[in-house]
Design a protein around this ligand. Structure first.
Ligand SMILES: Cn1c(O)c(C(=O)NCC(=O)O)c(=O)c2ccccc21
Ligand SMILES: [Mn+2]
Length: 250
């Protein structure tokens, strides 16, 4: 069973970043999953949460993309229920979210350098998506078991920062259950606790689900790109567009 790594707080920034990097590298290479608690510290964590709550009350969240559009619209509402907003972190009233993003970037880019001269796992990370701020409104909203990147779209690492204070998993649900490939029937159960950050490989190695949440559940997700896989995905996408736009193709 991998243990959430706890880090003493009294370090200067760079030392702290290095410590977290060593944790991330060793856990990602051993388990493919890494949990770091007390990532920002309570005060900074609360400043990020406050910005997310302000965004929410400003109505900036949209219903999450639908996983499958086969079922009738009404059913889908029950399947997902998550609401999302995309941020680059430079928006006004989001400077603390921006600070969080910069710290995660610093760790990923430093881990990239520290490990095997510029390769994290077998990846060379050269970019990321915007930040996806997600809210599960409670009432049993959940996310069906899925793989973030099943078909080489370029995303190699998923980073999720949780914002839920006083979260009681028994009462509130919302557990993230990962079914890591090769762990036999073992699972990784991650509680979405305040100021906790989670990293895991985004591909088929880590199918995961969000179990029904019965209290509002917030998280901020970043996906990091592997340069090669991303470039190939963009080429493939461009090729498909050209093929599909040729005359004779509907
Ligand atoms: C809202 N939400 C998600 O919560 C997760 C996800 O895996 N979350 C894990 C978690 O919150 O612990 C997703 O992977 C996801 C992907 C596309 C759109 C929305 C999405
Ligand atoms: Mn996911």
């Amino acid at each position: 069973e991998f243990l959430p790594s706890f880090l003493p707080r009294n370090r200067n920034n760079l030392e702290e970043i290095d410590d977290i990097c060593r944790n991330v590298i060793s856990d990602m290479n051993t388990w493919g999953v890494c949990v770091v608690n007390n990532f920002l510290g309570t005060e900074k964590g609360i400043s990020v949460l406050d910005e997310v709550l302000n965004m929410y009350s400003a109505g900036m969240f949209r219903d999450g993309q639908l996983v499958s559009n086969k079922a009738a619209a009404s059913d889908l509402k029950t399947i997902r229920g998550d609401q999302i907003a995309w941020l680059d972190g430079k928006e006004k009233n989001c400077q603390n979210i921006g600070m969080l993003i910069s710290k995660v970037d610093a760790i990923i880019m430093r881990a990239n350098k520290m490990y095997n001269n510029g390769k994290m796992g077998d990846y060379t990370i050269n970019g990321r998506t915007k930040a996806m701020v997600a809210c599960y409104p409670g009432y049993g909203s959940h996310y069906v078991k899925h793989v973030d990147n099943p078909n080489q779209d370029g995303r190699c690492i998923t980073a999720i920062y949780y914002l839920n204070r006083d979260w009681d998993i028994k009462q509130n649900g919302g557990l993230l259950r990962i079914f890591p490939e090769g762990w036999q029937d073992q699972v990784a159960d991650i509680e979405p606790l305040f100021d906790r950050i989670l990293f895991f490989w985004s591909d088929r190695r880590n199918p995961h689900e969000v179990q029904p949440a019965y209290k509002t559940r917030y998280a901020i997700t970043l996906w990091y790109f592997d340069a090669e896989e991303r470039n190939e995905a963009c080429r493939r996408y461009q090729r498909d567009r050209e093929i599909n736009s040729k005359p004779g193709n509907p």
